[in-house]
Design a protein around this ligand. Structure first.
Ligand code: PXG
Length: 465
């Protein structure tokens, strides 16, 4: 029995962590030298660390704790379900009440026509399901050659070999033999960084038309699906220009391409509607879900599938699934999360209170000399940092250097605001109150001031040439 507790000195916990725990997306040797921050508990929108700091969580964990921390009902439901049925599988002609109830509830909330759920343990697993499902769909329809999937550079769809291949992160592809064959990446609709002198509208249209060009290059009869996040999250909260999604929808319709909306971040209220697809006005055939489905209280994900695809897949044995597909405890907890989101009108409050307050605060913050703009949709936002506002210039320093400095200043001021390259990312729990948004703004401004002073001192306020 382990004797490790919250009461141990931080340094001891850090040493044990460094000795035995390999962290994701981390240079573990560097972390071992520095010592990981030990989070001990959390309530509402605040984390407590082992030194007793109260840290405002501007990232909702990892874009997931939509209802906030410390909801007792969630723990009670988990305990009850563990006593009644802690585990059973959904293979071999069996099912159980939590999986049935959750699938029904999700499809009630999903857009019309999306009436079926295939469960997974995470967003990565669900996207792996999607690769196999769309390829199987076309094969069953007599078109096995329609197997290529088009995605986008700088997209994030997970970290397994399949989902990491769908993603467009080149630094991930550089390790472990990715991408797998048959996945293609077109450019992202990031006007701020890549739009140059074009208007956002013209740029959005041009980037969407890259999909059409890629379909024509590969052959219409070779392309199974296009996958995209309604609003890119891990890539830096890239809100596409308004011209982008209508054109993508037109192209998917015209060439009979399945549209997969990866709703892992956008789903369950983040953009002010149940799903980002509703906010962006798109009609996907499949939606990937995870994160906000359980507000991170349990690991669970899945694919919400339209009638047409479910019907074709349903006619054959789909040789795919996970031990924990529809795990009863995770499903019961997710169901409780959906009850809380609905009964407390949390998504309505995002639209009427949270998102407007966040936007107003961030618009003021965007006037800071270091901030080059604001990208926001509902409760997800980013502030690109720049040495020169007018030209949206990049820094002379390597990408991410300044973002990292700013993130360190945020941490020092008890704020979690993470960086993607030189963009600062904001995605707080959806239940954040305006008073806490004010706390966020005060701490973020201090962090920006300190970063600015540091850059000046080190003569780093220089644009890349
Ligand atoms: N799709 C999207 C859109 C995601 O954001 C996944 C799929 C994969 O989900 P799982 O549950 O397998 O992690 C994600 C996950 C970051 C960060 O640093 C973002 C994610 C995961 C880890 C880190 O922003 N998103």
């Amino acid at each position: 029995m382990s004797a490790i507790t919250n009461h141990m000195p931080t340094a001891e916990l850090q040493a044990l962590d460094a000795a035995h725990h390999m962290h994701p997306f981390t240079t573990n040797d560097e972390l071992a030298d520095k010592g990981a921050r030990v989070i001990t508990r959390a309530k509402g929108v605040y984390l407590t660390d082992s030194e007793g700091n109260q840290i405002l969580d501007g990232m909702a964990g990892l874009w997931c704790v939509n209802i906030g921390y410390g909801r007792k009902e969630m723990a009670e439901v988990a305990a009850r379900q563990m006593m009644e049925l802690p585990y059973y599988n959904t293979f071999f002609m069996t099912t159980h009440v939590p999986a049935i109830a959750l699938a029904q509830e999700i499809t009630k909330l999903a857009p019309e026509g999306l009436n079926h759920v295939f469960f997974a343990g995470s967003g990565s697993e669900a996207n792996d399901t999607n690769i196999r499902m769309v390829r199987t769909y076309w094969a069953e329809k007599g078109q096995p050659g329609k197997s290529h999937i088009i995605s986008r550079k700088n997209a994030y769809h997970g970290s397994s070999v399949g989902s990491g291949s769908l993603g467009g992160m080149s630094y991930m592809h550089a390790q472990g033999g990715m991408p797998i064959p048959g996945i293609h990446h077109i450019n992202q609709p990031d006007w701020w960084a890549e739009g140059g002198d074009m208007t956002p509208e013209a740029f959005g249209l041009a980037r969407a038309q890259e999909l059409e060009a890629k379909i024509l290059e590969l052959g219409e009869d070779k392309v199974a699906a296009f996958i995209a996040e309604p609003v890119q999250g891990a890539g830096g909260v890239i809100v596409p220009p308004e011209s982008y999604w209508p054109e993508i929808q037109r192209i998917c319709d015209a060439y009979d391409i399945l549209l997969i909306a990866d709703e892992v971040i956008c789903g369950f209220g983040r953009t002010g509607n149940w799903f980002g697809s509703q906010t962006m006005g798109i009609r996907p055939h499949i939606m990937t879900i995870a994160k906000g489905l359980s507000s991170g209280y349990q690991p669970i994900g899945g694919s919400i599938v339209c009638d047409e695809v479910a019907e074709v897949i349903g006619a054959t044995e789909f040789n795919h699934g996970y031990t924990y597909s529809g795990h009863p405890v995770a499903a019961a907890v997710a169901l409780e999360n959906l009850r809380i989101l609905q009964e407390e009108d949390i998504i309505e409050r995002v639209r009427t209170v949270g998102a407007p307050a966040l936007k107003a605060g961030l618009e003021k913050l965007a006037e800071h000399p270091l901030v080059g703009g604001l990208s926001i949709k509902g409760m997800m936002a980013s502030l690109p940092l720049t040495p020169h506002k007018e030209s949206r210039a990049k820094f002379a320093a390597d990408a991410g250097t300044v973002g990292y400095m700013c993130r360190e200043r945020c941490f020092a001021n008890n704020l979690v605001m993470r960086h993607v390259g030189d963009r600062m990312i904001i995605s707080p729990p959806l239940i954040i109150e305006p008073e806490d948004i004010d706390v966020f703004m005060t701490r973020a401004r201090t962090a920006l001031d300190e970063t600015y002073a540091q850059l000046k001192e080190q003569d780093m306020l220089k644009p890349a040439c």
